[in-house]
Design a protein around this ligand. Structure first.
Ligand code: NAD
Length: 475
């Protein structure tokens, strides 16, 4: 049993003021394997006070100092690779190969990107006799979800540290151990006491007191729209800045001239990677009517071949989903898809054969989906693909944008003009043409109900900065 019941406040591991704990469950076995504190408002108060007490000192630290700090974090993060990979496989149920090649790498990449962005980001700009200064916003509350444990935490932490903002982090109670390892990394490299504070607990016990705390100047949240809206409402009472990364229901547009084999392969990965628990998943696959039969046959064959099972197994491509609640929610969406008249091509309700223990879901494909259907409009956060057809490109773009979300969008094909036309017409913040890998210095964030603000690299640092203009600075 992994028992980590202390909080990290002011550079020390200290007892929580609460005696309550939260069980952490391995989603592949449904067994409790760890315990964390169910922190409380007093823990949050102590953490915020610690962060506030060193805020000015950290804000005024040199860029060189913060760059070196990020560099030390990068090195120590690399030293802790095995333990991070293991923790994420246990707490999230992500297959060990993806834990190593995707989850671990993403966290690392954000610290590197923030470090490198400090080479070019300008904190001072002269305009005539005047100056514009960008400086850290102050104590920031960071609240993160479970689907990419080191990615979601690291991208916020890297931005805040680079900016010079001090933080109180509350990671998801489902995946707290990778955040605890990050705290150990920061402790080891000597992140100054008070700059980083970690309070474990759930949304009501810890998340809420963070949003309510008057000394916090900014809330950076990633998670569901419901929670984001509550945080924004509370933050509005004292006009805290908010940065929100929320859900998505992203279109994956295939052009008539696309290499269907490659496009089908990528579409399957959009659906099943991380068991579909990806905010930018291209789960609405929008294809020309003319290729419907061929494309559907290809995705069916490829998805049926996905190796599901024990995430510790090196050959497994898809593990369980995070918990019973998520499992049940996905089942409900599959039932609704069938009820609303979509054609179930693969998968369906119930667990995959032979995987009765663990929150395993069958990879599922629906065709003949109308964009008005629930499965085309709501974020399922599970391995469920909806195939929608179009007759011309204008219709494809219309369908793609007909959603309350606007996080990501994908387009696959050969005609460069058509690819660029679709890419620039999509109402979303994160667009990918032909699966081009995302560079870590590109901004990440959503339009519409997918969020407010941008993260990653220099854009992520700017989120944690205030802007001051001084006229007459130069006489
Ligand atoms: P969630 O909103 O339930 O929880 C996210 C975090 O908020 C957790 O740490 C949770 O403890 C905390 N929380 C819950 N209630 C709170 C409250 N009242 N006040 C303060 N904090 C509270 O989301 P989740 O289930 O962990 O994550 C899944 C959702 O996150 C999906 O909707 C997904 O699309 C979204 N997501 C978005 C992005 C993105 O970058 N846009 C990335 C990953 C996940």
């Amino acid at each position: 049993m992994l028992e980590k019941t202390k909080q990290y406040i002011n550079g020390q591991w200290v007892e929580s003021h609460s005696n309550e704990t939260i069980d952490v469950i391995n989603p592949a076995t449904e067994e409790v394997f760890g315990k964390i504190p169910k922190g409380n408002a007093q823990d949050v108060e102590d953490a915020v006070n610690a962060a506030d007490s060193v805020y000015l000192e950290f804000r005024n630290s040199s860029i060189e100092y913060r760059k070196n700090l990020l560099n030390d974090i990068v090195k120590e993060y690399e030293n802790r690779k095995d333990v991070l990979v293991k923790a994420m496989t246990l707490e999230l149920g992500v297959p060990v190969t993806a834990s190593k090649n995707v989850q671990y790498e993403m966290g690392l990449a954000h610290f590197k990107a923030a470090r490198d962005a400090l080479d070019t980001l300008s904190f001072r700009e002269r305009r005539g006799n005047n100056i514009i200064i960008k400086e850290a916003i102050g104590v920031s509350g960071l609240i993160t979800p479970w689907n990419f444990p080191t990615n979601q935490t690291s991208l916020k932490l890297a931005g805040a540290f680079a900016a010079g903002s001090t933080v109180v982090l509350k990671p998801s109670e489902e995946t707290p151990f990778s955040a605890i390892i990050l705290a150990e990394i920061f402790d080891k490299v000597g992140v100054p006491a008070g700059v980083f504070n970690l309070i474990n607990g759930d949304g009501m016990s810890v998340g809420n007191p963070i949003s309510e705390n008057k000394k916090i100047r900014m809330m950076s949240f990633t998670g569901s729209g419901n929670t984001g809206s509550k945080i924004m409402e509370i933050a509005s009472k004292d006009f805290k800045k908010v940065s929100l990364e929320l859900g998505g229901k992203s279109p994956y547009v295939v052009l008539e001239d696309a290499d269907l084999d490659k496009a089908a392969d990528a579409a399957v990965h959009q659906a099943v990677d991380n068991s579909g628990q990806v905010c930018i998943a291209g789960s609405r696959v929008i294809i020309p009517e003319s290729i419907k039969e061929e494309f559907t046959a290809k995705v069916k064959e490829k998805m049926a071949g996905i190796h599901i099972g024990d995430p510790q197994n090196m050959n497994v491509e898809m593990g369980p989903v995070i918990n019973a609640k998520q499992y049940n929610q996905i089942q409900k969406f599959i039932e609704i898809g069938i009820e609303e008249g979509a054609t179930l091509e693969l998968g369906g309700t119930g667990k995959p054969e032979g995987l009765e223990t663990g929150y395993f879901v069958q990879p599922t494909i629906f065709s003949n989906v109308d964009n008005n259907m629930t499965i085309a409009q709501e974020e399922i956060f599970g391995p469920v693909m909806s195939i929608i057809t179009y007759s011309d490109l204008d219709e494809a773009i219309k369908i793609a944008n007909d959603t309350k979300y606007g996080l990501a969008g994908y387009v696959y094909g050969k005609d460069i003009e058509a690819l660029q036309h679709v890419a620039t017409s999509l109402e979303a913040g994160v667009i990918e043409i032909n699966g081009a890998p995302r560079s870590w210095d590109l901004p990440f964030g959503g339009y519409k109900q997918s969020g407010i603000g941008r993260e990653w690299g220099d854009y992520g640092i700017e989120e944690f900065l205030e802007i001051k203009s001084i006229s007459g600075y130069f006489q």
